[in-house]
Design a protein around this ligand. Structure first.
Ligand SMILES: [Zn+2]
Length: 192
């Protein structure tokens, strides 16, 4: 196991495949990076295995390639990480920078969760289940991030933007993730 310092270089995780997104900015001065936000995404929704998510996050998606893409045309978004169905891990934005994954959001008394969070997208669809390889990759990544940054909470996009977002959805197994991470209850969203 490499030391925590060796896991990241300038916020880039050594075990992720790097693809730089232009969609990021500076975090506010002195922001503590203490929240992990779990998302799900697939493009078109429910279709797995292509490169459209990477294209979206790098502003290279062909909006004419699918009718659904018209509904998100012009969106400039990103996440720090993307975990494919087979557990393969990609990184688009340095964790030291602010990625654009949460949108209007609120968690535990603070707004604008992008300021202080690391965003992790799982290839998937809200309402559908996720693969064992994704939980394995997510747990390893979350543990690594928490070694290097002062993570104290993890939540879904649905928790920080209720009513507006539904990912990762009811089939995401928070209990399994908690068993793998052995983090305390109050780091996780309240059970519902
Ligand atoms: Zn999301």
């Amino acid at each position: 196991m490499p030391s925590a310092a060796g896991l990241f270089a300038d916020g880039w995780y050594r075990f992720a495949r790097r693809l730089d997104s232009p969609n990021f900015g500076a975090r506010p001065e002195g922001a503590a990076i203490d929240l992990l936000v779990v998302h799900s995404i697939s493009l078109p929704p429910g279709v797995y295995g292509g490169n459209e998510v990477q294209q979206l996050f790098t502003n290279t998606l062909d909006w004419d390639a699918h009718p659904y893409f018209k509904t998100i045309q012009g969106m400039q978004v990103s996440a720090h990480f993307y975990v494919r169905r087979d557990g393969a891990l990609w990184q688009f934005v340095s964790c030291d920078q602010r990625a654009w994954h949460a949108g209007p959001s609120h968690w535990c008394g603070r707004d604008n969760c992008n300021d202080f969070s690391v965003g992790i997208e799982l290839e998937g669809l809200e309402g559908e289940s996720f693969e064992p390889a994704q939980y394995e990759a997510l747990a390893a990544l979350a543990a690594a991030v928490a070694q290097h940054y002062p993570i104290r909470q993890i939540a879904g996009h649905e928790h920080i933007a209720p009513g507006r977002k539904k990912d990762p959805g009811a089939q995401f197994d928070w209990a399994l993730l908690q068993r793998e991470l052995a983090w305390p209850d109050d780091w996780f969203p309240p059970a519902n």
